[in-house]
Design a protein around this ligand. Structure first.
Ligand SMILES: Cc1cc2nc3c(=O)[nH]c(=O)nc-3n(C[C@H](O)[C@H](O)[C@H](O)COP(=O)(O)OP(=O)(O)OC[C@H]3O[C@@H](n4cnc5c(N)ncnc54)[C@H](O)[C@@H]3O)c2cc1C
Length: 392
């Protein structure tokens, strides 16, 4: 076995937005950090839209997730300021608000229901008639019948964020190894080394698994926690503004005859249109049908889309869990000492990055942050389906 001779305080397996943030924060606290990543083409971080939307992401029964999302959204301004200062790069955080609109009567009912749920939780949301929606957002189609404005749901350019986190980590001393981790070797019940597919090794006193929907594939994690994480496919488009293409100023989410679609406008003229939610296992094929449906529904709400340039049709795999909450912490009694898991962030991983990174680095420092019981990594340990593959 060959590899770097140094023994790191922490090895991080997976360099999506979660692993990059954990690595940077740990290094900034003075730990020596090695990060191993193989940049899989369908990693969620690259595909994502970058919405930071606790209010519009509210779903019945997801109160615990709402609390996490709000807590992480509250950290975002400071997190962005720190990562921009540490990297010298701009992450295009836009405090633009989000407008959710409805096209037909059924869509209006569904948007009303969301509004009442938001109000029940004391969230900032305003119900608007169709004309008021168009006044706020002139790019909307005349057919829009009403909507809900969530002025505190914002966005960040997730690709820029990942780049800035990587640079901030490098400047703080994170050593990045390009490769695939195969297993974690332990000695005396404690983690010792991350072994890569090419036989090289990353010796470390602690290991944090942040491998997104692939976290369960690593051998030697002892527990079965990560195996409940399954890929949830999302197809998504990237468009670019052209002269005369009237595009929105803020994030627009819509129900179009029952189908959800969203459009997230960047300051640089990019418009991200997404996204499907598909249980397709590891398949990440971009299908003609999904591209057609996203463009059809997007155009029904924002007619200017027809004039924009279509520059990318992609797909990513969200790391989903059975209860839509992430797994953060020690993965259960079978796991070796020194092993932590931070994965399974589903459809909100970009939003949950600041909270997760701080929580993990606290745990590495021996401190359990309050309020994170709902996402304990060992909460499925007693579930008989765990480890049988039933979760995937
Ligand atoms: C279409 C789509 C839209 C989304 N929109 C939003 C949104 O608007 N807002 C939001 O908050 N969230 C959104 N998400 C969710 C968000 O993208 C994810 O929750 C988040 O990116 C998860 O980050 P991660 O670092 O855990 O995983 P990933 O980004 O998947 O990264 C995992 C990394 O681990 C690496 N890896 C895996 N196994 C190994 C191994 N054995 N060895 C080495 N490296 C390995 C992979 O190559 C990859 O780089 C969206 C996701 C999708 C797919």
């Amino acid at each position: 076995m060959s590899g770097p001779a140094v023994r790191f305080d922490v090895a991080v397996v997976g360099g999506g937005v979660i692993g990059l943030a954990v690595a940077w924060r740990a290094a900034a606290r003075g730990m020596t950090v090695g990060l191993v990543d193989d940049a899989r083409p369908h990693r969620a971080t690259w595909a994502a839209a970058g919405m930071l939307a606790p209010v519009t992401e509210l779903h019945p029964g997801e109160e615990a997730l709402l609390e996490l999302n709000r807590a992480s959204a509250a950290r975002y301004p400071r997190f962005v300021a720190e990562v921009e200062a540490a990297s010298g790069q701009c992450v295009a955080y836009r405090r633009c608000g989000t407008l959710t609109v409805a096209l037909d009567a059924g869509d209006v009912d569904a948007v009303d229901e969301l509004y009442h749920l938001q109000r029940r939780f004391g969230l900032v949301a305003e119900r608007l008639r169709g004309s008021a929606c168009r006044k706020l957002e002139p790019a909307l189609a005349v057919g829009v019948r009403g909507g809900v404005h969530a002025p505190e749901d914002h966005q960040v350019d997730n690709r820029r964020l990942a780049g800035a986190l990587r640079e901030a980590g490098a400047r703080a001393g994170v050593v990045t190894v390009v490769g695939t981790a195969r297993r974690i070797e332990s000695a005396g019940g404690a983690v010792e080394t991350v072994v890569l597919a090419d036989g090289s090794a990353l010796p470390a006193s602690r290991v944090v698994v942040t491998a997104g929907c692939w976290s369960g594939e690593l051998e030697g994690t002892g527990g079965t926690a990560a195996r409940v994480i399954r890929p949830l496919k999302g197809q998504i488009l990237r468009l670019r503004a052209r002269p005369f293409a009237v595009l929105p100023e803020r994030t627009v989410r819509a129900l179009v005859h029952g189908s959800p679609v969203y459009a997230v406008p960047r300051a640089d003229g990019e418009l991200v249109v997404g996204a499907t939610m598909e249980e397709q296992g590891d398949d990440a094929t971009v299908t003609a049908g999904a591209v057609h449906d996203l463009l059809r529904d997007g155009r029904a709400v924002l007619p200017g889309i027809a004039e924009a340039a279509l520059v990318e049709c992609g797909a990513g795999l969200r790391p989903a869990t059975p209860d839509n909450l992430p797994l953060i912490g020690r993965p259960g009694s079978g796991a070796p000492d020194g092993l932590l898991l931070a994965a399974g962030h589903g459809r909100n991983g970009i939003l949950l990055t600041p909270l997760t990174a701080d929580a993990v680095v606290d745990l590495l420092d021996g401190v359990t942050a309050p309020g994170l019981d709902a996402c304990r990594a060992d909460r499925f340990a007693a579930d008989p389906a765990v480890g049988t593959g039933a979760g995937r």
